[in-house]
Design a protein around this ligand. Sequence first.
Ligand code: DOR
Length: 436
Amino acid sequence: MMKSKLILKDGLIIDPARSIEVRGDVVIEGGKIIDSGPGAAASHSENADVVELNGMIITPGFIDMHCHLREPGFEDKETIKTGSLAAAAGGFTTICAMPNTQPPADSASTLSFIAQTSTRDSLVRVLPIGCVTAGRAGRELAPMIELAGAGAVGFSDDGSPVGDAWIMLRALEYSKPLGLPIINHCEDLSLVANGQMNEGKISTLLGIPGNPSISEEVMIARDTILAEYTGAWVHIAHISTAGGVEIVRQAKRRGVRVTAEATPHHLCLTEYAVMDYDSMARVNPPLRTQADIEALIEGLNDGTIDIIATDHAPHTADDKAQEFGLALPGISGFETALAVLLSLVHAGKIKMADLLYKMSAGPAAMLSSTGLKLGTLEKRAVADIAIIDPDHEWTVDSSVFLSKGKNSPFHGTRLKGKVKATIAGGKFVFNEIGKN
Ligand code: DOR
């Protein structure tokens, strides 16, 4: 018989939303956190299942503002079900699905399909992002008010930028009263041209057409100017360049409503990952330089970059088994995100609590429109929890990913730190406690 309470006993509770870092217990009942802290287990021992954690980290379940679940339309790459399994294995309890599906999520009926499928198939909370433009074609606005009514938590044409400044201006004007962000994939395609990797010495050496950092910077500059003009909220997806970080920093100083995200791969891999023409490292925007990485880390630490998002982009083996320029861009990221990012913690570049903040409380703040109390272990918060062993060493084997997308440039990499269990709404959705 299931007991009514679940006690996570003797973990290191890190709740960055409240700056709490303390050894203790977390007590869950009815899908909510009802108590936590040193000795909390003792007063709730009746009718409770107890899981001993021996100092493992207990932290809010991760929230991913940017992933691709591919359903409807590209179920060979991923489904909401397999995406949610992979998310749960990565410690994620809330994931925001980008609308570059087929059909694109530009109508209330597609959002309602995603909601129904998620209710049926998903282990974690799926929140949809609606298109900015009809069909993601960039020509006319999607019915944004209708999409917000159907549960969209933001708008994006991700995979493609909103290229037309006039459309971007109108999109910002419509999103402002809705209180939702326009999440832009900032790459000016006229500057990307045929670029397939970062433009620089390595692209020249390899003979691969380069995508210059200015393709991103120009569009971030445009978008911060438009956000300043309208007073609306723009969110910069997968920021990758030092110049882009500086433009966001300056805009924030002027009081512009701009937020930004960085991905694990842009924070931890350079263009050298492409050195042997490895299509697994092909991604948009491209992997950049060590100097860009240092700027991204500085941006995380000084608050310029608000959150970390995976840009989980699963593709089939065939999509990737092509010469570099023909392989589809994207990295299957859920199952390696935390462990990859922990390399920054182990290297002393970012504090553990700050990293966890950028993956929970930070994105939770972007989801205030949902009215849910997410991203904290506070009393009465939804019991969405990740349990982490920061010392567990393992080697990434993408062939055993729960995601259908095995496309990972981290395959074969030795990492330190692992998600051992994930609890969503008070129930285990992933559990490897006790396994090596
Ligand atoms: O590399 C990428 N893949 N970047 C994007 O923005 C889209 C994504 C995809 O959907 O595959």
